[in-house]
Design a protein around this ligand. Structure first.
Ligand code: DQA
Length: 148
């Protein structure tokens, strides 16, 4: 499968930002971990991180033209605010899984709202970095089912 992993605002600060919530490993550590897991399963994976909503929309649109077959997305704070990301994901029609490093449903009330969730195959939250390979596994299973 051709996969794209999209990370939203402030996830470039992993390792620095609120380590008691997000841990001490960096964004580069996260990329290396996901890449190893994806490639072990024979998948091709690329990565995109931005602090800007429009840049995230552009990357999702570009995924369509690049033939991406599955998206793992941690929209970070835009999870809770962005109709534009939901529309982009619905617009390209690429199956996607929503991931959060922290347990968003056990934090502040505003983090329980997710605009993208209604169109996601699944949401994996509260499993740290392991949520990303789990999301890839969900996409693989879905892909198997849809090409069968
Ligand atoms: C997050 C949770 C969001 O509420 C927060 O705004 C983030 C990261 C997570 O991975 O746990 O930036 O998506």
């Amino acid at each position: 499968m051709k996969l794209l992993v999209v990370n939203g605002p402030n996830l470039n600060l992993l390792g620095i930002r609120e380590p008691e919530i997000y841990g001490r490993k960096t964004y580069e550590d996260l990329v290396a971990y996901i890449k190893a897991c994806a490639e072990q399963g024979g998948d091709e994976v690329s990565f995109f991180q931005s602090n800007h909503e429009g840049a995230l929309v552009d990357a999702i649109q570009q995924a369509y033209f690049d033939g991406v077959e599955g998206i793992v997305i941690n929209p970070a704070a835009y999870t809770h605010t962005s109709v534009a990301l939901l529309d982009a994901l619905k617009g390209v029609g690429i199956p996607f899984v929503e991931v959060h490093i922290s347990a968003v449903d056990e934090r502040e009330d505003f983090r329980r709202v997710s605009y993208v969730r209604q169109a996601a195959l699944a949401c994996v939250a509260g499993k740290g970095f392991d949520g990303y390979p789990e999301a890839i596994e969900i996409l693989r299973e879905h892909h198997k089912g849809s090409v069968r």
